[in-house]
Structure formats: structure tokens, C-alpha cells
Design a protein around this ligand. Structure first.
Ligand SMILES: [Zn+2]
Length: 176
């Protein structure tokens, strides 16, 4: 009898832990003090258009898969996921500045998450109804490279959660 209670408690505990790791409700801001100096984006943004062959020569296999074929990297694998340095996240394909480190937060999803883009024009939103889900895809405002998706369950002040593939991003560290 006692063993059963222990096992039940354990099962409940494991369920709670699993549940927690799948939601972003417990997201917390931890990078507010890591805000890099604002970046001025040159307007209008001049589009970059390359053929599939040109992109495949410029990008590595994983970058090409995510950026040009709308793939998704495996969660918890991205090298920028746990990056807490002060700086600017840029498009890995065309180096357009996309996100400021000050807007990065820990969402618990396994992908780098931001609550705002550097400028409203650096990311473009597309309706995405693939895989039986209704989502909003975000692509680079200059090269149309696939970045990830944006959801409306993010933290204040925007309430947005840009869920971005680490492989779609480069990072430019700025001085403290
Ligand atoms: Zn780009």
C-alpha cells in the first residue's frame, strides 16, 4: 500500500515535470539586463534573391534545410539556445539584424525565444497551416529565409514569443 502511494506520487511528479517542459507558461525574463545598443535598420530593406543552387553553395546542409526548405532543428540542440551574451542576433543567410539579446527569454521550448524583433520590417509573417496546425511563420525581411514561428503566448511587454531556429541565426557580440 505504501509503495503504491510512493509510485503514484512519483508518477504525478514526473507528469508535472514533463508538463512544465512542454509549456511556455513558466517563461521568465532573464536577459533584460543584456540589452545591446539599438541597431538602426536601413530602410527600405533591399531584398536579396538567390537561386537554390546559390544558396546551397553558401549555406551548410543544416542551414539550407532550415532556412531554404523550412525545416526545423531538433529542440535543445541549437548552439545559441543558452547564449546569454549581450549582442545582436542576425540572419545566418544575409546578416540582417533581427533580434536584440535584451528581448531573449527562456521559454522552456528548446528553441531560442524572443519577445520582439529589432524592427517590424526585419521579419515577415506568413500564415502556415502545415502539419495540421494553424501557425504564423516568420521569415527574414531581406532574404525570405525561414526563421521559425511567432506565437501570442509570450511575456510582457509584447506578449509575443518568436520561436526561432538557432541555425537560422548568427550572433554578433557587442561590448558591455
Ligand atoms: Zn536573411
Amino acid at each position: 500500500m505504501k509503495n503504491k502511494i510512493v509510485i503514484n506520487t512519483l508518477t504525478l511528479f514526473i507528469s508535472l515535470v514533463t508538463l512544465n517542459s512542454c509549456t511556455s507558461q513558466n517563461s521568465k525574463l532573464s536577459h533584460q539586463d543584456q540589452k545591446a545598443a539599438p541597431v538602426v535598420v536601413q530602410k527600405p530593406i533591399t531584398k536579396i534573391s538567390k537561386t537554390k543552387e546559390e544558396w546551397s553553395q553558401q549555406l551548410n546542409e543544416q542551414e539550407f534545410y532550415v532556412l531554404r526548405e523550412k525545416g526545423t532543428e531538433r529542440p535543445w540542440t541549437g548552439d545559441l539556445l543558452k547564449n546569454k551574451e549581450r549582442g545582436i542576433y542576425t540572419c545566418a543567410a544575409c546578416q540582417l539584424p533581427l533580434f536584440n539579446s535584451g528581448t531573449k527569454f527562456e521559454s522552456g521550448t528548446g528553441w531560442p525565444s524572443f519577445y520582439d524583433a529589432i524592427d517590424k520590417d526585419v521579419v515577415i509573417e506568413h500564415e502556415d497551416n502545415t502539419y495540421g496546425m494553424s501557425r504564423v511563420e516568420v521569415v527574414c525581411g531581406r532574404c525570405d529565409g525561414h526563421l521559425g514561428h511567432v506565437f501570442d503566448d509570450g511575456p510582457k511587454p509584447t506578449g509575443l514569443r518568436y520561436c526561432i531556429n538557432s541555425v537560422s541565426l548568427d550572433f554578433e557580440k557587442t561590448d558591455p
